[in-house]
Design a protein around this ligand. Structure first.
Ligand code: SF4
Ligand code: SF4
Length: 314
């Protein structure tokens, strides 16, 4: 599989980034060895880049994977907003992943210039870690066009992890073309671009071929993160990203995949999930949470915040 420079960061990554969210406790919750086996298979097919985040609960899988292959590029994300929360997230990442050095450290789900300003202390903490040699590159992940645009003003934001896909599912404040315009400006400035949710969190599974062709055809996108839950998915994506035709057996196994957000009956209607969801996909009805499947991108972030543990992406 082709490797590519991630903008001006000096980091070289495979075009396919293995998103670990889908194997972890917010989604499929695979046993540790099964998750590690998927990662090992991806490594054998040329993947060298893993995406995780504090909220995903997938550090144990990454830790295990790094015992199989040490020279993997790891990207993680944190919701830290001040120096104390930034340090706490840092410690969790280093301990959980089992490495003193984190290749790419991002602030998770940034929205705009205002949220970037509000997280300044955390940004300063991670930039200091970078100067000390513990972080390779710093950046942000976002579902918002206005955050990508705001990042253009900040040279210290070296990597952007924006949501982009064929039909614009999940882009919080505009269209695919508008997001692409912002991403192109960022890429032109030398920022590394990691595309998020090329399959719209599952909505584009039925148009997988078109969706992947679209994202792979974008020169302004360096690498593309896809969550994978089975060997067939790993085989399929690695084949497409390597310019090979996927085996029909793998394609057949993943053809009828469907994603769903389950809300268990013991929901207490506290509304935490409603405030967490940036896609406006979940609301309260008759005192219980109710999801709009057309808007949900199955990120599972609401599941990670539910105090009753009653949300699951399957
Ligand atoms: S956070 Fe959990 S308990 Fe609260 S409304 Fe949402 S699903 Fe229900
Ligand atoms: S409802 Fe939950 S899983 Fe769906 S988009 Fe919102 S936060 Fe993500």
């Amino acid at each position: 599989m082709e490797k590519i420079k991630l903008g001006n960061t000096g980091i070289e990554v495979s075009r396919l980034c293995f998103g670990t969210l889908t194997m972890g406790p917010l989604q499929r919750n695979l046993p540790l060895n099964e998750g590690a086996a998927l990662l090992e298979r991806a490594f054998s097919l040329g993947v060298n880049f893993l995406d995780t985040a504090e909220i995903y609960g997938t550090y144990p899988y990454v830790n295990k994977a790094l015992t199989i292959k040490r020279d993997v590029v790891v990207c993680t994300k944190s919701y830290a907003y001040d120096a104390a929360t930034a340090e706490e997230s840092w410690r969790k990442a280093v301990k959980g992943i089992g490495r003193e050095f984190i290749d790419i450290f991002l602030l998770h789900e940034q929205e705009s210039e205002h949220t970037l300003r509000g997280h300044r202390e955390a940004i300063e903490f991670y930039l200091k870690k970078q100067r000390q040699g513990y972080i390779g590159a710093f950046g942000v992940s976002t579902h918002f066009i206005r955050c990508v645009q705001a990042s253009l003003k900040y040279p210290e934001i070296q990597v952007i992890f924006p949501l982009i896909n064929l039909s614009g599912v999940g882009i919080a404040d505009g269209t695919t073309d508008q997001m692409l315009g912002a991403i192109k400006s960022a890429s032109d400035l030398g920022k590394g671009i990691i595309a998020m949710k090329p399959l719209g969190g599952g909505h584009l599974i039925g148009r997988r071929e078109h969706a992947l062709k679209f994202i792979l055809g974008l020169d302004c996108v360096h690498t593309i993160a896809i969550g994978m839950q089975s060997i067939a998915e790993v085989n399929y994506n690695c084949a497409v990203f390597s310019g090979r035709l996927p085996d029909e057996s793998d394609a057949g196994l993943i053809r009828n995949q469907k994603r769903e957000l389950l809300i268990q009956s013991w929901c207490e209607g506290c509304g935490t999930c409603v405030s967490v969801c940036k896609s406006g996909a979940i609301g309260l009805e008759n005192g219980k949470a109710k999801v709009d499947p057309d808007k949900c991108v199955f990120c599972g972030y609401c599941a990670g915040r539910c105090p009753q543990f009653c949300i699951k992406v399957i």
